[in-house]
Write a protein that binds this ligand. Sequence first.
Ligand code: NDP
Length: 483
Amino acid sequence: MEKQPTASHFINGQYVEDPAGDPIDIIYPANGQPIAKIHSATKRIVEFALESAANAQAQWAAMTGTERGRILRKAADIIRERNHELSVLETYDTGKPLQETLVADATSGADSLEYFGGLAGSLTGEHIPLGESWAYTIREPLGICVGIGAWNYPTQIACWKSAPALACGNTMVFKPSETTPLSALKIAEIYTEAGLPRGVFNVVQGLGSVGASLVADPRVDKVSLTGSVLTGKKVYASAASQIKHVTMELGGKSPLIIFNDANIEDAISGAILGNFYASGQVCSNGTRVFVHSAIKEKFIARLVERTKSAIIGDPLDENTNYGPMVSEDQLLIAERYVAKGIQEGAKLVYGGKRIDQPGFYFEPTIFSDVKDDMTIAREEIFGPVMCILDFDDEKQVIERANATEFGLSAGVFTNDITRAHRVIGQLQAGSCWINAYNLTPVEIPFGGVKTSGVGRENSKAAIEHYSQLKTVYVEMGHMESQF
Ligand code: NDP
């Protein structure tokens, strides 16, 4: 399969190159070897992308929502037809097993385009009766949106941001993470094939500095970032200096609380999915697993037994269900946190080491006897490191779960329906699950509270973050004044 893209950027409906930009090698995480090379965007490329997005916006917004939606839905169909090819590319880019990318990446992107394509024709304002007079609101696009993505779900992030933006009549300049730049170009190609007018969706490559220059440009009306809290603070501050709209999908250290009446096999499935899917590189992961002390030993024994059955290997083999991490850097971060965990007294019950083979493979790792103040319980690791903490008391576990700057997600496993809702109701998190974990269908809002984010992606809620209301008061009588 050809991994080298036609050119580094996709602007105004076509591939564009500027070899003067700094070269970026794309590495296949399963063997550490380069598979493609691109160039970071130069000032000229950034200017071309913004100019194209600006030129296209009014005409795109003037189309009916149904017309815009038809193009999004057609693009969704093409993504589905090419799912296998797109999934293989995503596996090369991220190292995630094909078993995952076939069901969680391009397909999730297609869902988003289909959902917002379907919604586009019904995005309206409202009529507000005011006695004799009345008012109405017009739902208008924001203008030019900038999307900036993390490297863990590159296709999904490009789609989750562009679909609602485009449905509302905005145009977009998208910058993928420099680590995983390939799939967003394919999405741009597919949009064009589906009939998207030139300049409506543009992709520029580069490091954080390219993202920063897009965010700072006065022509940009909205910034949607998926990334770390540290980057989020910088991007939010830059956008705030020009009062731009923002969506911030940032990091987390989410609690997963398992009560002693839970179905243990289901709870272990939740803990495995919420810690080891995508080799643990998922923002909403339930990395603080609070297990009731009455079931702790049984839970850990069975968890270790099931973790041993992970099929670790070639991510392109569909039997593999645990692949490498995305990069050497990310692996070293996980390694450092494991050393810190051991040093601070947590008990390493499984894994903890780099796997001795080419590529960036790190064992699925389980710590027990983790205390709330340990570094591994406080900081986002963004790797396959699960921390098990004991608890006895419901009120205390809620307080401990909330004692963090983050608030992305939370999960509860219990068969007591009253307790499930009572506990979830008190957890400070934007995306919660009861007797499940990390399921994010497009129909439901996704996003965080506290430092984990601002705004929501997916669902009808995303429309509020990609459009604004114009209010029109209509006087049916006479205009009066004080003198
Ligand atoms: P980073 O914050 O390092 O980078 C995110 C994106 O921002 C990248 O494209 C990066 O470019 C770019 N960037 C970096 N600095 C700036 C800047 N000053 N101005 C504008 N753009 C900038 O995150 P990672 O890519 O390492 O992703 C991991 C993080 O993302 C984790 O914290 C994770 O929790 C979070 N995340 C959140 C999700 C959510 O929905 N809440 C989902 C997925 C991940 P480049 O990398 O090319 O330098």
